[in-house]
Design a protein around this ligand. Structure first.
Ligand code: SAM
Length: 347
């Protein structure tokens, strides 16, 4: 097989053991975050003494670009940069620019908490080739939001980041809100009210048992069905067709034409059957499931002098052996299994 590093090579379609194609790549660019969201990086675990990855353990931009090209050669069309908090990685727009020009990348996006998304940063990312952005915001109530991010970060600054992204042309902007019962579910309708008619797409995410540190219990999950029901009672909704096969969020449209929302029912309506996502951790481990216990070390190959063909053969063999379907087999017991933290491999 010829080297896959040239742009014009036609992608190979890879299928796993459940006939799922490789289509999306989520790249975590750092395991660090400036928030300590209670459901993701609880302060008791990720405190002062927590050993984050040292700088030289992180994949360099060159390494990320090289791997991305190989993934694209194997069918990836969509790349999402995430973390940790991706905007903590210095000069991220340089990486964006490198990825944006890869032939075959049809969608390049970023998930961020917005804390570092100034108007200038948003413009720089857009100019580098970022197409869209997702900004996380769990509540419009300052006290609730500050308690959830656990660093006292105010709602107003995330709203300013959303405005900055919008002004820079990074729309349609998606707003991710994780819902935890008894914590922020009282604000579901208020959030819907705020973003209705804005052109932004609010997406509610069922609280998941990612990692092992968030103390997940099924009783804390507000189901997507309940979320839709609560909003529908105030502004009637109707279902929309997915934009594409394997879309994570189920789409609902306001009947009065004020836009759409999404609900991500990863707990109550698992979508493993159509999961086409691979995840690359900041230190170059490839995970084929958000709930995986271990990853495959691609950095060792990169730094050990492996050729593009050798790395490609590894990618193919990992994907072709993939059988993960954690969310379909989740039970009250599985949260205790060894699983990678979401802050390590990104959302
Ligand atoms: N720091 C960035 C951010 O806040 O968007 C990117 C990384 S964060 C891990 C990505 C997404 O995962 C965020 O929208 C976050 O709310 C979501 N998330 C984290 N832990 C979660 C959990 N236990 N259940 C559901 N979603 C979760």
């Amino acid at each position: 097989m010829p080297s896959l590093s040239r742009d014009e090579v036609q992608p190979v379609q890879l299928l796993d053991t459940r006939r799922r194609p490789l289509h999306d790549l989520r790249i975590s660019v750092t395991d660090r975050c400036n928030f300590r969201c209670v459901y993701c990086m609880p302060r008791e675990v990720f405190g002062r003494d927590f050993a984050f990855l040292p700088r030289d353990a992180l994949l360099t931009f060159e390494e990320i670009e090289r791997l991305s090209r190989l993934f694209v050669a194997h069918g990836v069309e969509k790349i999402r940069l995430t973390g940790g908090e991706p905007l903590l990685r210095r000069d991220l727009e340089i990486l964006v620019a490198r990825l944006a020009v890869i032939d075959g990348v049809r969608d390049l996006t970023l998930t961020t908490n917005g804390a570092l998304l100034s108007p200038a940063k948003a413009r720089a990312l857009r100019e580098a080739g970022l197409r869209r952005i997702t900004i996380s915001l769990d509540s419009l109530d300052d006290a609730v939001f500050k308690a959830m991010n656990d660093v006292g970060f105010p709602v107003s600054r995330v709203l300013a980041a959303i405005d900055a992204a919008s002004a820079a042309g990074l729309g349609p902007i998606k707003i991710n809100a994780v819902v935890k019962r008894g914590v922020n579910d009282g604000g579901i309708v208020e959030m819907a009210c705020h973003f209705r008619g804005s052109g932004h797409i609010l997406r509610f995410i069922e609280y998941m048992d990612v990692g092992t540190t968030n103390g997940w219990r099924m009783a804390d999950v507000v189901t997507a069905a309940e979320i839709v029901e609560r909003i529908d009672a105030v502004w009637p909704l109707e279902p929309l067709e997915p934009n594409y096969s394997g879309e994570v969020a189920a789409r609902w449209r306001y009947r009065d034409g004020a836009g759409e929302i999404g609900v991500i029912a990863s707990v109550t309506q698992p979508f493993c059957g159509a999961c086409s996502r691979a995840r690359l951790s900041a230190e170059g481990k490839l995970y084929t499931c958000l709930f995986a216990g271990s990853g495959h070390d691609l950095r060792a190959l990169l730094r050990g002098g492996a050729s593009d063909d050798e790395i490609s053969a590894t990618l193919r063999s990992i994907w072709q052996r993939r059988a993960d379907r954690y969310s379909e087999i989740r039970s009250e017991q599985t949260p205790r299994l060894k699983k990678v933290e979401m802050s390590h491999i990104g959302g």
